[in-house]
Design a protein around this ligand. Structure first.
Ligand code: ADP
Length: 496
């Protein structure tokens, strides 16, 4: 993007797509249309990008019936044929790069860099799970057995799987969960977040164009009520969910209260992610990694840094350097290449974050905020903020946005710091900046987190080489983009 020969034509093409009015509707529209909601741009709430028509209760039932009918055939197709279809979808996603980038910017308020990374991740998920389908869902594994017996084990789809996804990675997470469920031989009912159904609708349309049967992958837009109808359906065999811890707990309760197959839940939820910086760390690297981890994507990443722990002897100097970089952040229109921090997703998120900052100010914590630039009043912008706190124990919940909390610790308190981080109950990401190998081993041995990042930023994951996911309040595992993920979408059958 820094090369004008790449950047200029891309920006011109994206501009051409701005007047398209997108629609997200259930894959099989029924006779009684549900509520139609406008989808507005997070950075300009007066601009309508498209509309969402919510699935009705009848459509949910209908979708399950169709999915249940096709699923045995989809499973019987075998891993190799499903892999070819997912790979064809990956090619089509790449061929529609402009549409996805435009929608990621306009519907989700993503900067161009974030939008490019997001599309890349979605395509990687499709190809990685296609390869998994090929490797794990091909010929049965022959098991050792007594002479004369032929014993084998094969993996199959569990049935109808629901995927319930969030708005912060409206393409990558939506596609990743659906691709995994499909690769494993399930029919999929996909419910995107209410804020970002248009990107999901384009993704589903391209999957159908690739040859994935429409009954095997059905889109059901809507808010939490539609998610509730889906998770209560008696034909449901499993749910892959990414979103807040509270919603995962609500889904657990719905699953517990229903009749039907014992449904499995794969949940990827929130985090109270910390980074520990000791006095051996390289300051320039710390500044770059802290700013990216806390403020890229306006802090709206599951992995994003929330609590920075600075060793007391370097804390003042380090904080002064971080503030220097912080003051240089550009806030504004995600369509501008100069923008570092775009909007948060909607007015509710904006209000929640503002309430948190107001409480911090009222309790006399030291708060540093960037001024918002003029002209952003029509959007959901939250000024990037640094709040000084005593410890992670001062925070009772995750604050999903561009707010970084900073605490100090003495070298002798390192073990206590890790205990406090563990005591939050979350276990998603932890960062460490230290050049001392013994410190790294000490922290690694004690921290209960799914992803431990050493001397780098805390920005998410690369499919396959950095599988991602947490434990405790942060999720059930296994890790998305990792070697054990597909097996959780499958059931094992043994022939003896
Ligand atoms: P966030 O706080 O990041 O917006 P949520 O957990 O509220 O995340 O939402 C994640 C997804 O879960 C969305 O698709 C949302 O519509 C869905 N959802 C919300 N409430 C429920 C529920 N009770 N049952 C099923 N899905 C739900």
């Amino acid at each position: 993007l820094s090369d004008p020969a790449v950047r200029e034509p891309l920006m011109a093409r994206l501009k051409n797509l701005e007047n398209i009015h997108w629609r997200a509707e259930p894959t099989f529209p029924g006779d009684t249309p549900g509520e139609i909601a406008p989808i507005t741009m997070p950075h300009d709430l007066s601009a309508v990008v498209g509309t969402r028509r919510d699935a009705t209760a009848e459509e949910v039932d209908d979708a399950f019936a169709r999915a249940a009918r096709i699923q045995p055939g989809w499973d019987a197709l075998g891993g190799e044929r499903r892999a070819l279809l997912l790979e064809e979808a990956a090619d089509l996603f790449e061929a529609h790069t402009d549409e996805f980038l435009s929608l990621c910017q306009r519907e989700a308020g993503k900067t161009l860099l974030d939008a490019v990374l997001e599309l890349r991740e979605a395509v990687d998920f499709l190809r990685y799970y296609a390869q998994g389908a090929r490797n794990q869902f091909g010929a049965p594994t022959i098991l050792p057995g007594p002479t004369g017996e032929e014993n084998s084990l094969s993996l199959h789809g569990r049935g109808v799987f629901a995927t319930i996804s969030p708005w912060n990675f409206p393409l990558a997470i939506f596609t990743g969960m659906a691709a995994a469920a499909l690769a494993a031989g399930n029919a999929v009912i996909a419910k995107p977040a209410e804020q970002t159904p248009l990107i999901a609708a384009l993704a589903v349309k391209l999957c159908h164009e690739a040859g994935i049967p429409p009954e095997a992958l059905q889109l059901l837009p809507g808010a939490g009520q539609v998610g509730q109808l889906i998770t209560a359906n008696p034909l449901l065999a499993g749910v892959a969910f990414t979103g807040s811890t509270e919603t995962a707990q609500a889904i657990n309760r719905t699953l517990a209260g229903r009749d039907g197959p014992i449904a499995t839940l794969i949940a990827e939820t929130g985090g109270q992610n910390a980074m520990i910086v000791d006095s051996s760390a390289l300051p320039e690297q710390v500044v770059r990694d802290v700013l990216a981890s806390a403020f890229q994507s306006a802090g709206q990443r599951c992995s994003a840094l929330r609590v920075l722990y600075l060793q007391d002897d370097i804390a003042d100097a380090m904080l002064a350097m971080i503030r220097g970089g912080f003051e240089a952040l550009n806030i504004g229109d995600p369509a501008s290449l100069a923008t570092d921090v775009g909007p948060v997703i909607d007015p509710d998120a904006q209000a929640r974050l503002e309430r948190h900052v107001a409480r911090c100010l009222a309790s006399d914590r030291k708060v540093t905020r960037l001024p918002l630039p003029p002209g952003v009043e029509a959007g959901c912008f939250v000024a990037p903020t640094i709040v000084e706190i005593g410890s992670i124990r001062d925070l009772s919940r995750e604050h999903f946005g561009p707010v970084l909390h900073v605490a100090r610790f003495k070298a002798s308190q390192l073990e206590q710091v890790i205990e406090d981080i563990n005591a939050s109950g979350y276990g998603l990401t932890l960062g460490l900046h230290s050049r001392i190998a013994a410190t790294r081993r000490f922290v690694q041995a004690r921290a209960r987190v799914g992803n431990f990042y050493v001397n780098r930023n805390q920005i998410g994951a690369v499919v396959e080489s950095q599988p991602f996911g947490g434990e405790g309040l942060s999720g059930t595992g296994p890790k998305a983009g990792g070697p054990h993920y597909l097996a959780r979408f499958a059931t094992e059958r043994v022939m003896t």
